[in-house]
Design a protein around this ligand. Sequence first.
Ligand code: TXA
Ligand code: MG
Length: 321
Amino acid sequence: MADNNIHEAALIINNGGLVAFPTETVYGLGANALNPFAVAKIFELKERPSFDPLIVHIASFSDLARLTENISENAMRLAKHFWPGPLTLVLPKSDLVPDIVTSGLQTVGIRMPDNPVALALIKASGCPIAAPSANKFGQLSPVSASHVKKQLPGVDYVLDGGKTSVGIESTIVAIDGNQCQLLRPGFITPDDIEKALPGTFVFNGAKPDKLVAPGLLKSHYSPKKPLYILTENYNELPEYSGLILHSKKINGPKAASLFYTSQTGNKIEIAANLFAALHALEEDENVENIFIEPVEESGLGIAIMDRVKKAAYRYTNTVVD
Ligand code: TXA
Ligand code: MG
């Protein structure tokens, strides 16, 4: 069931249940982050491997203090600059955070979402809320309540906050001195971070040691139908193809269904509508294959193409999963 009753949703969280809720990025599947049994239900419903840690959502800086230890000055500056907003900081965890949340890591991913429903839910629950995106593991992230219900009909409650505004998941960073490691590109770009913290260097890639960040998996965010990135080779598409374009100025090949994420190639609009486009064509009965126009990989285009390449990966490469 989907509704807007924050009070009822908070009661479910307090009783160890699961509530899907909107954030500014994508919908989350939330549980009381301090209740390991409730958090275990997230992994079960999502069919998520237990080695994949969750992000903890907070509504105040006092929660940040309880959940972490020895936060560096630079991490605090980033939090103050970008929160509430689509930035997740990976920080040293306090003993209060159960191991199941962090998959045994000594760090915890934390963010304060910029969405009134999410913040109201966290405040009404009186606890931080652990939440991955509210989709089955590896599938498309939800940007509306109906996307959540399609994949997770077993969730106890869905708070409906309409379509999310940012549309792709938060940027994830770990900061060490002046070095800022980008663990997942997102709406906040390396440039934004370097501007907010002059003297900081943002670099890409997985942590050399034991970091398990499945946001870094090659295949993720996949629709159930084959997805291909459009290249010049495709001047004619197979029958029953859906096509996603990002500007009306582009003359794409003929398709059974056409979806524009933007009229003008605006990257903010493309990000906001990317998952909605993939969901729509995944549901479209006239469509067997989906083709998507690539975006230039600069600024927000880096995060957009990260999602597109991961969504297409399993259909263009042999993967064992
Ligand atoms: O925008 C978002 O971040 C959304 C909304 C709901 O907040 N959440 C989200 O969660 O995308 P999820 O679980 O789908 O992706 C979280 C990513 C995973 O790739 C996980 O491995 C990584 O965050 N992560 C979480 N804690 C971490 C940690 N301590 N160290 C490194 N990576 C971590
Ligand atoms: Mg996810």
